[in-house]
Design a binder for this molecule. Structure first.
Ligand SMILES: Cc1cc2nc3c(=O)[nH]c(=O)nc-3n(C[C@H](O)[C@H](O)[C@H](O)COP(=O)(O)OP(=O)(O)OC[C@H]3O[C@@H](n4cnc5c(N)ncnc54)[C@H](O)[C@@H]3O)c2cc1C
Length: 364
């Protein structure tokens, strides 16, 4: 088949990877590199103790975490891309920690990737993180991981075989016999993995998409002394998350700004808010320690759930969007399932997502 993948974020890159493994398609990747979510993200893969109630989301996130782990092993991913360093959840209250531990024990029965669950005293956590002021005890989950979105895409692209990579914005049009054309070219199958830009691209074909942009910002700080790069991610209660990096520094974030639109400017107010969160845990931190900012645009839906599948029954146009703040966790599984739909494999979509028609309709 002649396949077009539009959008080289985590979804598109994973679709491209799995389809190239089949060695029987010609794949053209299109991306012109607008401020995508994946490139800005430094993410945490640890969905098991989430309080989200949606079962479809949990199935997708739990199985998504396993798919990334398998992908990392299969492709020999280096630890600057994906590092199963574990995560530590801090809790002020002993009974909250017990409840979290109990939930972990329950969920681990169907999610062996979670690994060990260990309660840690504030002192033992402080010993791990020099220069940090840790007042709370924590729960360590050994199977949690951190991932760098940009490096993940770059790594998978190198393991994929694309017939062409076209760095241009895509416009969809209809030919005289109503076939969908990608920049005036015809394909047997088209995958729209364009994140928050799905409403724009489908507007041309007369569709209305219930997806909105959400701005996310992170700061990167240098640490003295440098942190061990394999330290777990630290998730303090009521604060931002702290993600140790492989250069000895730390990422602090992220924000979830529903009114930020597609704006990619670093905002001073958010910068000070992220720094203040950092200073409550690392008292020596100052503005001068900030070495970088990352800003990205996530896509989100009214029910905060991702959706994916064929645009309409049997259509050769596949879509995925709405991955929100857990898209690094769910994206690779979504990409894998889309590639299986293209391969006509049987896929139990309702276990993982609601119908695409809940989110996309013809504009009247
Ligand atoms: C700051 C931040 C922190 C995050 N932290 C986490 C985390 O800890 N854990 C987690 O699981 N997730 C996290 N996420 C969420 C995750 O990064 C996203 O949900 C996920 O990357 C979305 O992937 P995507 O492939 O759907 O979209 P994107 O990564 O946005 O990719 C879409 C691509 O489509 C391209 N495109 C759009 N329109 C066109 C067009 N017309 N023509 C050509 N190309 C086009 C864009 O250039 C872009 O590259 C975070 C996100 C941000 C911003």
């Amino acid at each position: 088949m002649k396949i077009a993948v539009i959008g080289d974020g985590i979804v598109g890159a994973t679709v491209g990877f799995y389809l190239s493994k089949e060695k029987k398609h010609t794949i053209t990747m299109f991306d012109y590199g607008i401020g995508q979510a994946t490139k800005a993200s430094a993410g945490i893969i640890a969905p098991w103790l989430s309080k989200r109630r949606s079962k479809v989301w949990y199935h997708l996130a739990r199985d998504g975490a396993s798919v990334i782990n398998e992908l990392a092993t299969e492709t020999g991913m280096t630890t600057d891309v994906y590092d199963q360093s574990g995560v530590i959840y801090l809790r002020k209250n002993d009974s909250d920690l017990q409840n979290l531990n109990q939930l972990g024990i329950e969920r681990r029965k169907e999610a062996p990737l979670m690994g060990e669950l260990n309660k840690l005293s504030s002192q033992s956590i402080q010993n791990l993180f020099p220069g940090f002021k840790i007042m709370d005890q924590g729960l360590y989950v050994s199977g949690g991981a951190k991932i760098d979105g940009a490096k993940f895409v770059e790594f998978l692209n190198k393991k994929s075989t694309f017939n062409d990579f076209i760095k241009e914005p895509v416009k969809l049009t209809l030919s005289s016999n109503r076939a969908v054309m990608v920049n005036n070219q015809r394909f047997d199958c088209i995958v729209l993995a364009v994140g928050a830009w799905l409403p724009d691209i489908l507007k041309e074909l007369g569709y209305k998409v219930k997806v909105r942009p959400q701005k996310g910002q992170l700061i990167e700080v240098k640490m003295n002394p440098k942190l061990d790069q394999h330290l777990p991610v630290l998730m303090p209660e009521g604060e931002r998350d702290f993600i140790p990096q492989n250069n000895g520094g730390l990422i602090i974030g992220a924000t979830h700004e529903n009114d930020g639109g597609f704006d990619l400017k670093v905002s001073d107010q958010v910068k000070s808010d992220l720094l203040a969160s950092g200073q409550r845990i690392i008292t020596s931190l100052t503005n001068a320690d900030i070495v970088n900012y990352r800003v990205g645009t996530r896509a989100y839906t009214n029910d905060f759930l991702p959706f994916f599948g064929s645009l309409t029954d049997g259509s050769n146009l596949l879509v995925a969007s709405g991955l929100g703040s857990s898209g690094l966790t769910t994206g690779p599984l979504i990409g894998k399932l889309l590639s299986e739909i293209i391969e006509h494999k049987s896929v139990n979509l309702s276990y993982y997502t609601h119908s695409v028609s809940d989110y996309i309709s013809l504009d009247d």
